[in-house]
Design a protein around this ligand. Structure first.
Ligand code: PLP
Length: 398
């Protein structure tokens, strides 16, 4: 019996080195995990009113299947949030609730991609975009994010890579793994190019509220004539990573394919019945209840970002663009050591110093000279981890 080729193409480097980390732990070593963008693994907790809403939903009997599209009150609350905070005029019937943005990425690729289609993805990118493009027979094409220009998308590179097979262009803003927040001008230029070539944009905005500097613009809010599929969720802003809830909305300003896209996504949604009903009830409270925790987490992560940037600036061989949002720094390794490439750097760093980072090639970076670290742990842990990274580099390079 032969299994399908599909699982073989799925790669998720963020968790690839974890078995080695676990085996080090089983030998008594203490590993510092800087690989996963999950605040709840550190000193962050789901706000109490959201936890209470979940308990209440379960106790009050909201334990049945919901509508596949999502709970109506939640769809209203998402539309209201997108209108008020992100200036996106989306109606509840153009929203589908998903099991995290992860499921939303799968759904979008399933609905659009056929054998031979091309998807323009940022280089570096979040790996699920590559995985699901390939899963449905498409080809990922990477456009350059320009490190010398704060990791903004390179518009000429985007133009040069479009052809008549290009179906989707993906933006991740604020960006994982670089932490860049895209300028209004750059988003407008990208929208112009998409309009000229009739390309739909997928805009992953899961970090929309985690912004330290600069202003975040939602792509759909700037689009007058391009269909924009917005992806967002509750994992990051509402500290609900393990609860698995997200959504897709379709902004279709010229009333072109919006309804067809929603109906197609809904067919997929029906086949998995629904996202968890009590979690959806809690998400309504997340959107409607107190929002103070957002300011607090942004401040906390910003301070940790500053601590990391300071150590990087004092470390020979490392250089990083200061992230303006999200949870990550993406330093460049600027010298040659006994490591073959970024993967080997991360592997040797884990074995020798027990610090787990993700190599840039895990995000399909266009060169193999970066790693990604989260900036979520308390400053003293980040400082300890970077002292070890410093020692590792010093040992091998100086
Ligand atoms: N998109 C981006 C850019 C992410 O960084 C992540 C998680 O880290 C996801 C999507 C997946 O998020 P979710 O927890 O909603 O599935």
């Amino acid at each position: 019996m032969k299994l399908s080729w599909r699982p073989g193409i799925l790669e998720y480097s963020i968790r690839e080195l974890v078995p080695i980390a676990k085996s080090l732990e089983s030998k008594g070593k203490r590993v510092i995990y800087l690989n996963i963008g999950d605040p709840l693994k550190f000193d962050f907790q789901t706000p109490s009113h959201i936890r209470e809403a979940l308990k209440k939903a379960v106790d009050e009997g909201y334990n049945y299947y919901s509508r596949s599209q999502g709970n109506s009150e939640l769809l209203e609350a998402i539309a209201e949030k997108e209108r008020r905070i992100n200036n996106v005029p989306v109606s509840p019937d153009r929203i589908i609730v998903t099991v995290g943005v992860s499921e939303a990425i799968n759904f979008v690729m399933a609905v659009f991609i056929e054998e031979g289609d091309k998807v323009l993805l940022p280089g570096p990118t979040y790996p699920l975009y590559v995985n699901f493009t390939k899963f449905y027979g498409g080809t990922p094409i990477f456009y350059k994010l320009d490190e010398n220009n704060g990791w903004q998308p390179d518009i000429d590179d985007i133009k040069s890579k479009i052809d008549d097979k290009t179906k989707l262009l993906v933006l991740i803003n604020p960006n994982n793994p670089t932490g860049a927040v895209y300028s209004r001008k750059r988003l407008e230029e990208i929208l112009d190019v998409a309009a000229q070539h009739n390309i739909t944009i997928v805009s992953d905005e899961i970090y929309d509220m985690i912004v330290f500097e600069g202003k975040f613009y939602s792509t759909a809010s700037l689009s007058k004539d391009v269909t924009v599929i917005g992806l967002n969720g509750f994992s990051k802003t509402y500290l609900m990573t393990g609860w698995r809830l997200g959504y897709i909305y379709v902004h279709d300003p010229v009333n072109d394919m919006g309804e067809d896209i929603c109906n197609a996504v809904l067919k997929l949604a029906m086949n998995r019945l629904c996202a968890a009903t009590p979690i959806q009830k809690a998400a309504i409270q997340a959107l409607k209840g107190p929002q103070e925790h957002i300011k607090e987490i942004v401040e906390k992560i910003k301070n940790r970002r500053d601590a990391v940037m300071k150590i990087i600036s004092e470390t020979n061989c490392l250089e990083a663009v200061k992230p303006q949002g999200a949870f990550y720094v993406f330093p460049k390794i600027n010298c040659k050591g006994p490591w073959k490439d970024d993967r080997d750097f991360a592997y040797k760093l884990l074995l020798e110093e027990n610090v787990l980072v993700v190599p840039g090639s895990g995000f399909h970076a266009l060169d193999k000279t970066h790693f990604r670290t989260v900036i979520l742990p308390p400053s003293e842990i980040l400082e300890e981890a970077f002292e070890k990274i410093k020692r590792f580099i010093k040992k091998h390079v100086e």
